[in-house]
Write a protein that binds this ligand. Structure first.
Ligand SMILES: [Zn+2]
Length: 280
């Protein structure tokens, strides 16, 4: 039986700050979903907190951690990186994994025929290992990636592609982007609505937003939960576990209209969503 509890927890340290309310709807009541150890996570190391507590909002159903990383916490987390967060490896496999997604994004663009005549702008938020950035460039876009990990950005720059160590909340752009992608990003940020609102500001009126993240309602998630092998429960970089419904609600709250849904060919239990700006 779930016990109703106030969202603000008493667990506070210099590396994490408790949420004062649900980061999606602002609700102040949440049920405890569970507390798990993350000591076996590849990136965990002292002095990072060694457990994650997950809550579920009583108002909107969103599942989130009881706290989020401070700047000091993020600096500590970013001291290490998973191999898939940095450029390198089997590029043909990476290219093939992204081609279908890029093609779906192109098909959703009202101006898709223009990519054969001009380079439309593409902002890849959280460009990581560069797989999406390289593939978008191959498809004819003027693509630039941003990432908070310095090493990830450096490796991409060294390969001759455009990348910046930057945050979407503070970057400036000379003109709006026709595509903004957030591949496996939104579950990492502390306040997703801020990021979506900023994406709305940066996106062209005829542009497309792409998001991929885990879906707690898919069959794989449920099976992994039942087997107690769900890797996302101990993912120390994540703050959110979206469902299709809560992601759609977040998009609509930030004046987006979802226009496409698919499953990710890269990570288990992940969904891929396309959205466009809602008419003002
Ligand atoms: Zn909520």
């Amino acid at each position: 039986m779930l016990v109703a509890a106030p969202v603000a927890a008493d667990k506070e340290c210099s590396y994490r700050t408790p949420y004062s309310s649900c980061p999606l709807c602002g609700g102040h009541q949440a049920a405890l979903s569970g507390t798990v150890s993350c000591r076996n996570h590849a990136l965990w190391h002292p002095p990072l907190p060694d457990s994650l507590t997950w809550l579920q909002c009583a108002s909107c159903g969103h599942i989130f951690t009881d706290s989020y990383y401070t700047d000091a916490g993020l600096s500590e987390v970013f001291l290490r990186a998973n191999d898939n967060q940095l450029a390198g490896g089997d590029w043909e496999r990476v290219r093939y994994a992204w081609a279908g997604t890029v093609n779906r994004i192109v098909q959703a663009l009202p101006s898709r025929k223009d990519i054969f005549h001009e380079k439309l702008g593409w902002l890849d938020v959280g460009c990581g290992n560069g797989g999406l950035l390289f593939t978008a460039s191959e498809f004819g876009f003027d693509a630039v990636g941003i990432d908070t990990r310095k090493e990830a950005v450096q490796r991409i720059q060294d390969m001759g592609y455009a990348a910046l160590q930057a945050d979407i909340l503070t970057i400036q752009a000379r003109k709006p982007f026709h595509v903004i992608s957030m591949a496996d990003v939104l579950e990492h940020v502390a306040f997703p609505l801020q990021v979506l609102a900023r994406a709305h500001d940066l996106l062209h009126e005829q542009g497309v937003l792409f998001i991929s993240c885990p879906n707690v309602e898919c069959i794989t998630w449920r099976q992994q939960d039942e087997a107690k092998t769900n890797p996302y429960c101990t993912e120390l970089e994540h703050h959110h576990n979206f469902s299709r419904a809560t992601l759609m609600t977040a998009l609509r709250a930030c004046r987006f209209v979802p226009v496409g849904y698919s499953v990710s060919p890269r990570y288990i239990a992940c969904m891929e969503v396309l959205a466009v700006k809602s008419p003002e």
